[in-house]
Ligand binder design. Sequence first.
Ligand SMILES: [Zn+2]
Length: 309
Amino acid sequence: MYKSSLLIFVLLFVVLSAFADVSYFIPSEATQGGYFSVFVRMEETPPYQVTLYDTKGIERSYDKLYPLPNDRSLYYGVLGVDSWWPAGEYKVVIEDEDSFEIFEQTMTIKQKNFLSEDIPLNQKMSNLRTDDSKKRAEESAELWSVISANEESGFYSIGNFAIPLSSYKRHSAFYGDRRVYIYSDGKKATSIHNGLDFAAPVGTPVKACSKGQVVMAQSRIITGNTIIIEHLPGVYSLYYHLDELLCKVGDIVERDSLIGKVGSTGLVTGPHLHFEVRIQTIPVDPLLLFDNPLLDKTQLIHMMRSTKQ
Ligand SMILES: [Zn+2]
């Protein structure tokens, strides 16, 4: 079902500026729930940020541009496309530190279909979901502040992600599912599922999907025992409902490191791992990351070839 989204990475577009030492790469297409990277090579004025504007000119997302550690004149950025943003013509703008526009390009965001599901909740889970306590609000603000952080030092891995479980029964929910929660009193509420669920027995080992730094490892009201790992500036993997936390904030974990165990803590209807990927706070489809790198080296090769022409 996600294979059509792989087109994002196939349909590439390279534009060269009039100056031989300045070039940039922005893909011409992306899909709802997908992500894309941009690259800018500049020797003099460094680019500062990349911003995505929607069909109405409203800013949807932005990323600071940082140089690659092994090539300081090559800057990269990664942006996500949320599942509910309208399809159509978007605009990608790259600016310098004085908000002076360096490059601009249109990008087509393509429509994708998502599943719908009803989720009946018992009294206890209904109470959890409608919890409006100060503690829940504080937890929410804290998580937001963690996944909003974007620092150059957050550079750990650029490749694809490993599946975080070596075995699981099935995907009990997919990214982008349109959910209707049915509370024990019959009232309903809608939401969108931002992650990918793996149904697996309590105690199944959970592994880091890629190298990174643990930025959260704690118990939360809704998401239960929760781990968040940063892989690139503003790029995070999230693991919810764990039985046990086997890492702590500050740990540098490798791809496939044991970080926790599957559980049923927080708002759940059965044991499972909720695995989520956030790019500049935007949730994207984790299935894409299992098959595609965060930063696509083939794009770099494209750009370097073009620069030499
Ligand atoms: Zn989930």
